[in-house]
Design a protein around this ligand. Sequence first.
Ligand code: ADP
Ligand code: ADP
Length: 238
Amino acid sequence: PWLVQTSDLAVTYPNGHQALYPTSLTIYPGEILVLLGASGAGKSTLLRSLNGLVRPSEGEIILSDIGRPQRDKRVLREHRRKTGMVFQQHHLIGRLTVLANVLLGRVATRGNWRSLFPWSREDKLEALAVLDRVGLVDKALVRADALSGGQQQRVGIARALIQKPRLMLADEPVASLDPVTAESVLTLLHDICKTDHLTAVVSLHQIEFAKKFADRIIGLSHGTVVFEGKPDALGDDA
Ligand code: ADP
Ligand code: ADP
């Protein structure tokens, strides 16, 4: 069984820069797939094209159960609703509370944000429950910009979790954190994915983290896949 396939997916940006050369890959349910590569390798481009944040210029994305998002807007909407995104710069709204930031993850599932206000008791309880999972329920009413970088990234994970995603896309989620905090955030993300049988695609540039947290690694260089395999198959000098 597989969840997502890409068939010769390629991205050329409007300025003519080809960031991803035709790439065919399969994402399996429940796996943590790490995209490993240096800055500029095309990790973010591939990751963003997986949920339509970047428009592929060639090739196709196929979802085993719901279909082809490039061909059908309804499929794209359903796919996005079921896909959680975690960003390097977490994109929290600093002057809102942690709780409000997590609740904003609901916008992705409900579409129309006006229908969300006022927040229902059920939504608030759900937000507290996901904050509890990332160890921050005691910070629910604190302004987001009062948290440390690692805590903010945990809130970013909680905001994705409130969508009840089946696929998690994390674009360099720990690139702006110190190594110890980075490892703790990746451990949390790993444990949540395994507990929930959540499929995750995570881009990283540190080989040690890729080896520790990936079930499978895809190495990218200059927009091309240069490695695909289990962490053990990746030499220390790679
Ligand atoms: P990574 O995530 O591995 O750092 P990216 O996918 O962000 O790599 O970028 C791959 C290449 O595409 C880089 O050379 C980058 O400068 C370029 N690129 C990224 N976004 C755009 C864009 N919107 N327009 C043009 N070039 C871009
Ligand atoms: P990140 O660090 O998240 O990869 P960047 O700083 O590389 O982000 O890029 C910031 C924004 O600029 C993104 O929207 C990216 O797509 C765009 N971008 C990146 N590289 C280029 C480029 N060479 N030309 C045009 N836009 C770019």
